[in-house]
Design a protein around this ligand. Structure first.
Ligand code: BDR
Ligand code: CA
Length: 314
Protein backbone atom coordinates (compact mmCIF):
# COMPACT_ATOMS: atom_id res chain seq x y z
CA UNK A 1 0.00 0.00 0.00
CA UNK A 2 1.41 3.42 -0.93
CA UNK A 3 2.10 5.79 1.97
CA UNK A 4 -0.51 8.62 2.08
CA UNK A 5 1.09 12.04 2.59
CA UNK A 6 0.10 15.69 2.72
CA UNK A 7 3.00 17.73 1.35
CA UNK A 8 3.31 21.25 2.78
CA UNK A 9 5.47 23.34 0.49
CA UNK A 10 6.64 26.77 -0.78
CA UNK A 11 7.71 25.97 -4.36
CA UNK A 12 10.57 26.96 -4.84
CA UNK A 13 13.10 25.12 -7.03
CA UNK A 14 13.99 22.30 -4.64
CA UNK A 15 10.34 22.05 -3.61
CA UNK A 16 9.46 21.51 -7.29
CA UNK A 17 11.94 18.63 -7.45
CA UNK A 18 10.38 17.10 -4.34
CA UNK A 19 6.85 17.56 -5.73
CA UNK A 20 7.91 15.70 -8.88
CA UNK A 21 9.43 12.98 -6.69
CA UNK A 22 6.27 12.36 -4.65
CA UNK A 23 4.10 12.37 -7.74
CA UNK A 24 6.29 9.92 -9.62
CA UNK A 25 6.97 7.54 -6.74
CA UNK A 26 4.40 4.72 -6.90
CA UNK A 27 4.95 4.02 -3.19
CA UNK A 28 3.53 7.43 -2.24
CA UNK A 29 -0.12 8.54 -2.38
CA UNK A 30 -0.29 12.35 -2.50
CA UNK A 31 -3.46 13.22 -0.57
CA UNK A 32 -2.86 16.91 -1.22
CA UNK A 33 -0.41 19.75 -1.52
CA UNK A 34 -0.69 22.59 0.99
CA UNK A 35 1.09 25.84 0.27
CA UNK A 36 2.79 28.55 2.29
CA UNK A 37 4.77 31.73 1.77
CA UNK A 38 8.53 31.19 1.94
CA UNK A 39 10.59 30.97 -1.21
CA UNK A 40 7.79 32.95 -2.89
CA UNK A 41 4.55 34.69 -1.91
CA UNK A 42 1.82 32.19 -1.14
CA UNK A 43 -0.22 32.94 -4.30
CA UNK A 44 2.83 32.05 -6.39
CA UNK A 45 3.44 28.94 -4.30
CA UNK A 46 -0.13 27.82 -5.02
CA UNK A 47 0.15 28.55 -8.71
CA UNK A 48 3.40 26.55 -8.91
CA UNK A 49 1.92 23.63 -6.98
CA UNK A 50 -1.08 23.51 -9.33
CA UNK A 51 1.12 23.82 -12.39
CA UNK A 52 3.55 21.10 -11.31
CA UNK A 53 0.68 18.71 -10.59
CA UNK A 54 -0.77 19.41 -14.05
CA UNK A 55 2.60 18.89 -15.71
CA UNK A 56 2.84 15.54 -13.94
CA UNK A 57 -0.66 14.71 -15.25
CA UNK A 58 -2.13 14.41 -11.75
CA UNK A 59 -5.32 15.76 -10.32
CA UNK A 60 -4.33 16.51 -6.74
CA UNK A 61 -6.06 18.93 -4.34
CA UNK A 62 -4.02 22.03 -3.56
CA UNK A 63 -4.97 24.04 -0.46
CA UNK A 64 -3.52 27.50 0.04
CA UNK A 65 -2.19 28.42 3.45
CA UNK A 66 -0.07 30.90 5.36
CA UNK A 67 0.63 34.22 3.66
CA UNK A 68 2.74 35.61 6.53
CA UNK A 69 4.65 34.47 9.59
CA UNK A 70 2.64 34.08 12.80
CA UNK A 71 4.39 36.87 14.66
CA UNK A 72 7.50 38.31 13.03
CA UNK A 73 7.70 40.85 10.23
CA UNK A 74 8.11 38.98 6.92
CA UNK A 75 11.37 39.14 4.99
CA UNK A 76 11.62 39.77 1.26
CA UNK A 77 11.27 36.59 -0.84
CA UNK A 78 14.65 35.17 -1.96
CA UNK A 79 14.17 35.90 -5.68
CA UNK A 80 17.96 35.72 -6.23
CA UNK A 81 17.88 32.02 -5.24
CA UNK A 82 14.56 30.70 -6.63
CA UNK A 83 13.65 33.42 -9.15
CA UNK A 84 10.77 35.86 -8.74
CA UNK A 85 8.40 33.12 -9.96
CA UNK A 86 9.97 30.48 -7.67
CA UNK A 87 10.99 28.41 -10.68
CA UNK A 88 14.04 30.28 -11.96
CA UNK A 89 12.15 32.97 -13.91
CA UNK A 90 10.51 30.91 -16.64
CA UNK A 91 7.71 32.14 -18.79
CA UNK A 92 5.23 29.48 -17.71
CA UNK A 93 1.51 29.30 -18.48
CA UNK A 94 -1.06 29.71 -15.74
CA UNK A 95 -2.46 26.43 -14.37
CA UNK A 96 -5.95 25.40 -15.45
CA UNK A 97 -7.04 24.28 -11.99
CA UNK A 98 -7.74 26.23 -8.82
CA UNK A 99 -7.01 25.71 -5.17
CA UNK A 100 -9.71 24.09 -3.05
CA UNK A 101 -11.90 26.28 -0.83
CA UNK A 102 -10.39 25.04 2.43
CA UNK A 103 -7.29 26.63 3.85
CA UNK A 104 -4.19 24.47 4.20
CA UNK A 105 -4.74 24.09 7.95
CA UNK A 106 -8.41 23.14 7.46
CA UNK A 107 -7.38 20.61 4.81
CA UNK A 108 -4.89 18.99 7.20
CA UNK A 109 -7.45 18.85 10.00
CA UNK A 110 -10.18 17.46 7.73
CA UNK A 111 -8.09 14.82 5.97
CA UNK A 112 -6.67 13.50 9.22
CA UNK A 113 -10.22 13.26 10.61
CA UNK A 114 -11.23 11.19 7.61
CA UNK A 115 -8.17 8.93 7.84
CA UNK A 116 -7.00 8.88 11.47
CA UNK A 117 -3.60 7.31 12.01
CA UNK A 118 -2.88 7.02 8.30
CA UNK A 119 -1.52 10.30 6.98
CA UNK A 120 2.10 11.46 7.14
CA UNK A 121 2.69 15.22 7.02
CA UNK A 122 5.81 16.14 5.10
CA UNK A 123 6.58 19.85 5.53
CA UNK A 124 9.33 21.56 3.57
CA UNK A 125 8.63 25.26 4.04
CA UNK A 126 7.95 27.65 6.93
CA UNK A 127 5.65 25.90 9.39
CA UNK A 128 2.62 28.20 9.74
CA UNK A 129 0.15 25.72 8.26
CA UNK A 130 1.06 22.95 10.69
CA UNK A 131 1.03 25.40 13.62
CA UNK A 132 -2.41 26.67 12.60
CA UNK A 133 -3.74 23.13 12.20
CA UNK A 134 -2.71 22.42 15.81
CA UNK A 135 -4.42 25.63 16.89
CA UNK A 136 -7.62 24.76 15.00
CA UNK A 137 -7.76 21.25 16.38
CA UNK A 138 -5.17 20.26 19.01
CA UNK A 139 -6.16 16.60 18.60
CA UNK A 140 -4.60 16.60 15.12
CA UNK A 141 -1.33 15.61 16.82
CA UNK A 142 -2.92 12.26 17.72
CA UNK A 143 -4.33 11.62 14.25
CA UNK A 144 -1.26 11.95 12.02
CA UNK A 145 0.86 8.90 11.46
CA UNK A 146 4.06 10.93 11.57
CA UNK A 147 5.53 14.32 10.70
CA UNK A 148 8.68 14.79 8.62
CA UNK A 149 10.15 18.26 8.45
CA UNK A 150 12.85 19.67 6.23
CA UNK A 151 14.35 22.41 8.31
CA UNK A 152 16.79 23.32 11.01
CA UNK A 153 20.43 22.61 11.57
CA UNK A 154 22.08 21.09 14.62
CA UNK A 155 25.84 21.01 13.91
CA UNK A 156 26.07 22.70 10.51
CA UNK A 157 25.27 26.31 11.30
CA UNK A 158 22.63 28.14 9.34
CA UNK A 159 22.09 29.04 5.71
CA UNK A 160 20.35 32.39 6.19
CA UNK A 161 22.00 33.53 9.42
CA UNK A 162 25.09 32.05 11.07
CA UNK A 163 22.78 29.80 13.12
CA UNK A 164 19.38 29.60 11.39
CA UNK A 165 18.09 27.51 8.50
CA UNK A 166 15.67 29.30 6.13
CA UNK A 167 12.40 27.49 6.98
CA UNK A 168 12.93 27.97 10.72
CA UNK A 169 14.02 31.60 10.33
CA UNK A 170 11.03 32.49 8.14
CA UNK A 171 8.57 31.69 10.93
CA UNK A 172 10.33 30.77 14.19
CA UNK A 173 7.16 31.04 16.29
CA UNK A 174 5.38 28.49 14.09
CA UNK A 175 8.48 26.29 14.06
CA UNK A 176 8.65 26.37 17.83
CA UNK A 177 5.03 25.18 18.16
CA UNK A 178 5.42 22.45 15.57
CA UNK A 179 8.79 21.09 16.71
CA UNK A 180 7.67 20.88 20.34
CA UNK A 181 4.19 19.43 19.71
CA UNK A 182 3.36 15.93 20.93
CA UNK A 183 3.44 14.12 17.62
CA UNK A 184 5.93 11.64 16.20
CA UNK A 185 8.40 13.87 14.38
CA UNK A 186 11.61 13.56 12.39
CA UNK A 187 13.73 16.57 11.51
CA UNK A 188 15.67 16.44 8.24
CA UNK A 189 17.93 19.48 8.38
CA UNK A 190 21.07 20.92 6.85
CA UNK A 191 23.15 18.30 8.73
CA UNK A 192 22.05 15.85 6.04
CA UNK A 193 20.76 17.97 3.15
CA UNK A 194 24.18 19.57 2.69
CA UNK A 195 25.57 16.04 2.16
CA UNK A 196 23.43 15.64 -0.97
CA UNK A 197 24.05 17.24 -4.37
CA UNK A 198 22.20 16.83 -7.66
CA UNK A 199 24.95 17.26 -10.24
CA UNK A 200 24.29 18.65 -13.77
CA UNK A 201 24.61 15.21 -15.42
CA UNK A 202 21.85 13.86 -13.21
CA UNK A 203 19.56 16.76 -13.99
CA UNK A 204 20.23 16.22 -17.71
CA UNK A 205 18.98 12.62 -17.35
CA UNK A 206 15.91 13.78 -15.40
CA UNK A 207 15.16 16.38 -18.08
CA UNK A 208 15.43 13.71 -20.75
CA UNK A 209 13.08 11.35 -18.91
CA UNK A 210 10.29 13.71 -17.86
CA UNK A 211 9.10 15.67 -20.90
CA UNK A 212 7.50 19.04 -20.07
CA UNK A 213 7.89 18.49 -16.32
CA UNK A 214 11.58 17.66 -16.85
CA UNK A 215 12.04 20.90 -18.82
CA UNK A 216 10.63 22.97 -15.96
CA UNK A 217 12.77 21.16 -13.39
CA UNK A 218 15.91 21.54 -15.50
CA UNK A 219 15.41 25.24 -16.26
CA UNK A 220 14.73 26.06 -12.63
CA UNK A 221 17.75 23.96 -11.64
CA UNK A 222 20.02 26.04 -13.90
CA UNK A 223 18.98 29.24 -12.10
CA UNK A 224 19.35 27.63 -8.65
CA UNK A 225 22.74 26.15 -9.58
CA UNK A 226 24.10 29.65 -10.31
CA UNK A 227 23.37 30.54 -6.69
CA UNK A 228 25.06 27.38 -5.37
CA UNK A 229 28.13 27.99 -7.52
CA UNK A 230 28.54 31.47 -6.08
CA UNK A 231 27.46 30.78 -2.49
CA UNK A 232 28.93 27.32 -1.80
CA UNK A 233 31.33 26.89 -4.71
CA UNK A 234 29.73 23.60 -5.79
CA UNK A 235 28.69 22.40 -9.23
CA UNK A 236 25.10 21.33 -8.62
CA UNK A 237 22.56 22.01 -5.92
CA UNK A 238 21.31 20.51 -2.69
CA UNK A 239 17.87 18.89 -3.02
CA UNK A 240 16.91 19.90 0.54
CA UNK A 241 13.21 19.15 0.27
CA UNK A 242 13.64 15.85 -1.55
CA UNK A 243 15.73 14.68 1.43
CA UNK A 244 12.58 14.70 3.60
CA UNK A 245 10.97 12.37 1.05
CA UNK A 246 14.12 10.24 0.88
CA UNK A 247 14.04 9.83 4.65
CA UNK A 248 10.41 8.71 4.48
CA UNK A 249 11.08 6.16 1.77
CA UNK A 250 14.68 5.14 2.46
CA UNK A 251 15.33 5.59 6.19
CA UNK A 252 18.05 2.94 5.85
CA UNK A 253 20.24 5.61 4.20
CA UNK A 254 20.12 7.92 7.24
CA UNK A 255 21.31 7.87 10.82
CA UNK A 256 19.13 9.56 13.42
CA UNK A 257 19.63 10.67 17.00
CA UNK A 258 16.81 10.93 19.51
CA UNK A 259 16.39 13.98 21.70
CA UNK A 260 14.49 17.18 22.45
CA UNK A 261 14.18 20.16 20.11
CA UNK A 262 13.50 23.80 20.75
CA UNK A 263 13.54 26.81 18.45
CA UNK A 264 14.83 30.28 19.35
CA UNK A 265 12.06 32.78 18.53
CA UNK A 266 13.61 36.17 19.30
CA UNK A 267 16.93 37.95 19.20
CA UNK A 268 20.18 37.40 17.35
CA UNK A 269 19.73 33.62 17.22
CA UNK A 270 16.08 33.65 16.03
CA UNK A 271 15.29 30.53 14.05
CA UNK A 272 18.13 28.48 15.56
CA UNK A 273 17.19 24.88 16.36
CA UNK A 274 18.54 23.65 19.70
CA UNK A 275 18.93 19.93 20.25
CA UNK A 276 19.39 18.12 23.56
CA UNK A 277 20.24 14.44 22.93
CA UNK A 278 18.22 11.97 24.99
CA UNK A 279 19.77 11.20 28.38
CA UNK A 280 22.47 13.88 28.23
CA UNK A 281 22.70 16.03 31.37
CA UNK A 282 22.66 19.81 30.98
CA UNK A 283 22.28 22.62 33.51
CA UNK A 284 18.57 22.89 34.29
CA UNK A 285 15.85 20.91 32.61
CA UNK A 286 14.41 23.48 30.21
CA UNK A 287 16.15 21.77 27.28
CA UNK A 288 14.34 18.53 27.99
CA UNK A 289 10.74 19.73 28.24
CA UNK A 290 9.70 19.09 24.66
CA UNK A 291 8.81 15.52 23.54
CA UNK A 292 11.46 13.16 22.21
CA UNK A 293 11.89 13.34 18.43
CA UNK A 294 14.29 11.95 15.84
CA UNK A 295 16.84 14.18 14.15
CA UNK A 296 18.76 13.11 11.06
CA UNK A 297 22.48 13.55 11.66
CA UNK A 298 24.01 11.42 8.91
CA UNK A 299 23.20 10.26 5.40
CA UNK A 300 24.75 8.33 2.55
CA UNK A 301 24.34 11.37 0.31
CA UNK A 302 25.24 9.65 -2.94
CA UNK A 303 22.83 6.77 -2.31
CA UNK A 304 20.04 9.21 -1.41
CA UNK A 305 20.54 11.15 -4.65
CA UNK A 306 20.80 7.88 -6.61
CA UNK A 307 17.39 6.96 -5.19
CA UNK A 308 15.92 10.36 -6.14
CA UNK A 309 17.28 10.01 -9.67
CA UNK A 310 15.93 6.48 -10.00
CA UNK A 311 12.40 7.72 -9.23
CA UNK A 312 12.70 10.84 -11.41
CA UNK A 313 13.97 8.91 -14.43
CA UNK A 314 11.73 5.83 -14.17
C1 BDR B 1 14.95 25.19 2.71
O1 BDR B 1 14.70 26.58 2.47
C2 BDR B 1 14.13 26.76 1.20
O2 BDR B 1 14.78 27.78 0.53
C3 BDR B 1 14.23 25.45 0.49
O3 BDR B 1 13.13 25.23 -0.36
C4 BDR B 1 14.26 24.45 1.60
O4 BDR B 1 12.96 24.09 2.01
C5 BDR B 1 16.44 24.96 2.81
O5 BDR B 1 16.99 25.69 3.87
CA1 CA C 1 11.01 24.54 0.59
Amino acid sequence: MPTPIIFDTDPGVDDAQAIALIMLDPEIEVVGLTTTFGNVHVDTATRNALLLAELAGQDIPVAQGAAYPLAKTPHDVPAHIHGADGLGNQDLPEPKGKAVEQTAAQFIVEQTRQRPGEITLVAVGPLGNLATAIQLDPDVVNRVKQVVIMGGSIMRGGNVTPVAEANMFSDPHAASRVLTAKWPLTLVGLDVTHETVIEPERMARIREAQGALGEVLAKSYDFYADFYREALGIDGCCPHDSCAVAWLRRPDLFTTVRGHLSVVTEGLAEGQTLFAPEGRGFVGDRWMQSPLVDVCMGVDGKAAVDWMESVLTA
